[in-house]
Design a protein around this ligand. Structure first.
Ligand code: DX5
Ligand code: ZN
Length: 223
């Protein structure tokens, strides 16, 4: 089931910070610059205060993308929309632990769609809450900001959470589990995040405001 590319680290620019008026050009440019995954932030104005994109826009992105779409669902009751986002072209679906009363069932629902499942935790959600789902999922997404907006400041506690998760996964033999980190990731903290055990770096505003996507992605990868 784990069809997330094996190269490590993977760089997943968040399209949230791209120019949405020129989304096709932005997708081509960021892929050309070396993006491994395209991170797509879906917000519903309910679980998080912001509203972003729905399946229609994911479908439009998909038409121009050659890299996998890493779809981060920051929405209440995600079960209602898994099929729609899969049909729109999601290659990985990540839900928030905080939104799922029956997380195991939600993960099964994603797997029924034949794609890898990720579970994300907010900054105030303890890693231990994932213990009983860790063996069932392909990815954990550690939020290093409170979800809802790009361009926020990195919360350093995420480093300890990543190291803790990596230790729990290693101890139980889940060497395929990928750890992704999202929020305030820059070339200045990327090295620490990779050393802590992150496999996938999401970066939005830092990449898209850099003026040189390729150099910035390379800096993240080599950090
Ligand atoms: C925040 C989103 C992030 C966001 C990251 O809720 O999940 O993916 O786009 O943006 P930066 O890198 O600017 O913090
Ligand atoms: Zn995200």
């Amino acid at each position: 089931m784990n069809r997330i590319p094996d190269r490590r680290p993977l760089i997943a620019p968040s399209l949230l910070s791209c120019d949405f008026a020129c989304i096709a050009e932005e997708v081509h440019a960021i892929e050309e610059a070396g993006a491994d995954l395209l991170h797509v932030d879906v917000m519903d104005g309910h679980f998080v205060p912001n509203i972003t994109i729905g399946p229609l826009i994911v479908e439009a992105i998909k038409r121009h993308a050659s890299r996998p779409l890493d779809v981060h669902l920051m929405i209440s009751d995600p079960d209602r929309y898994l099929q729609a986002f899969r049909d729109a072209g999601a290659d990985i679906l990540t839900v928030h632990q905080e939104t799922c009363a029956h997380l195991h069932r939600t993960v099964q629902g994603i797997h029924t769609l034949d794609i890898p499942a990720g579970v994300s935790i907010n900054p105030a959600t303890p890693v231990a809450l994932l213990d009983d789902i860790l063996g069932e999922i392909e990815m954990v997404l550690v939020m290093s900001v409170n979800p809802g907006f790009g361009g926020q400041r990195f919360i350093p506690r995420a480093l300890e959470k990543i190291a803790d998760l990596r230790a729990r996964a290693d101890k139980r033999g889940f060497e395929d589990l990928r750890i992704e980190v999202d929020g305030g990731v820059t070339r200045d903290n990327a090295g620490d995040l990779l050393r802590a055990g992150a496999d996938i770096l999401v970066s939005g505003s830092a990449v898209f405001r850099s003026g040189d996507y390729a150099s910035y992605i390379e800096a993240l990868r080599g950090a």
